[in-house]
Design a protein around this ligand. Structure first.
Ligand code: B12
Length: 262
């Protein structure tokens, strides 16, 4: 099959600054909760998954600096995913589609109000041989460790898949479980999303609903004060950023690949 095409795509992506690229067959994508790829792009045959190392910003106690780094990583990833998609379309005269790195999300109740994505980047990374599950329910990359985000392109092009990572990359030290301020990782293979979000997204949907619930039962004078409070302004800022993370602890604390800055 198309090994030459794979090399061309990989070299193009690596030259942009992408850390690693994995190739998987659509048939190997096995995300039990998210929709089938056929419902997104019926003729898709392959997954091209890009891996990006998170900047050291996530180590900062300053939450705006930490989140600023995530925004930079996401903006860079989104630019790369566009460039690689167009490269595939032009070079091979075929169709390619990007998938959301994070949002937009389906906010319907059956998708747990945005907690089940239309496309699962972790399952794609595993199908493309870029890593496997850690105790923190994140995908650990063999070289980059846990501190990595993923972004996937779907294409009609048939590309030979990369071999899966079969070894267990998690060292089962349990540090991520113990350090989680919300105890969201206590149960194996399940992140308690609401416990996680209480700490990781204090100005997310939960905080927003709480604010407006209080607002509607407050007096006009209290409402005026609420509108000029730091809480309202933080909600406003988080809403235009997208999702604003205040916690990176499970991600940060993982010792696997921690020394890898090259
Ligand atoms: C919604 C979402 C969240 C929600 C819900 C998390 C969740 N449980 O999925 C919240 C807000 C809590 C969240 C938190 C975080 N997230 Co988030 N999130 C997403 C998003 C947008 C969708 C995930 C989704 O669809 N989940 C639903 C289904 C598919 O997964 P699930 O319900 O958890 O169930 C499966 C797994 O638990 C799995 N599983 C777990 N362990 C094991 C072990 C084995 C052996 C097997 C077979 C399966 C398995 O089995 C379940 C069934 O399929 C993705 C981006 C994307 N589009 O994929 C990013 C994503 C998962 N998040 C990411 C990150 C980095 C984070 C945070 C670190 C936040 C931060 N500060 O950056 C925390 C980590 C929390 C944690 N330790 O779980 C990265 C993960 C990268 C990586 N290295 O794996 C992703 C992939 C974004 C990206 N583009 O890279 N996130």
């Amino acid at each position: 099959m198309n090994e030459g095409a794979k090399d061309k795509i990989k070299n193009f992506a690596l030259n942009l600054g992408v850390e690693d690229v994995g190739f998987g067959a659509v048939s190997a994508y096995n995300s039990p909760l998210s929709p089938k790829i056929e419902t997104i792009f019926p003729k898709a045959k392959s997954l091209v998954v890009l891996a990006f190392r998170e900047l050291s910003n996530c180590e900062s106690e300053n939450k705006r600096i930490a989140m600023g780094g995530r925004l930079d990583s996401m903006e860079f990833a989104r630019s790369c995913i566009y460039k690689v998609s167009r490269f595939i379309e032009k070079e091979f005269d075929t169709k390619a589609m990007s998938t959301p790195l994070s949002y937009p999300l389906n906010m319907k109740p059956e998708n747990r109000f945005g907690l089940i994505a239309d496309f699962s980047q972790r399952h794609a990374a595993i199908a493309a041989g870029l890593g496997n599950w850690g105790r923190h329910n994140l995908v650990i990359h063999p070289r980059l460790g846990s501190r990595v985000i993923f972004s996937t392109i779907l294409t009609e092009l048939e590309l030979p898949p990369d071999p899966p990572v079969t070894e267990d990359l998690c060292i089962h030290c349990n540090i991520c479980v113990e350090i989680c301020p919300g105890h969201a990782l206590d149960e194996e293979r399940k992140t308690d999303e609401f416990k996680c979000m209480k700490y990781s997204q204090p100005y997310g949907l939960g905080g927003n609903i709480k604010f407006w619930m209080k607002f509607i039962t407050s007096s006009p004078e209290e409402q005026k004060q609420m509108m000029i409070s730091p809480d309202y302004m933080s909600l406003y800022q988080a809403a235009f950023i997208g999702f604003e993370y205040h916690c990176f602890k499970c991600y940060l604390s993982c010792p696997v690949g921690r020394e890898q800055n090259q």
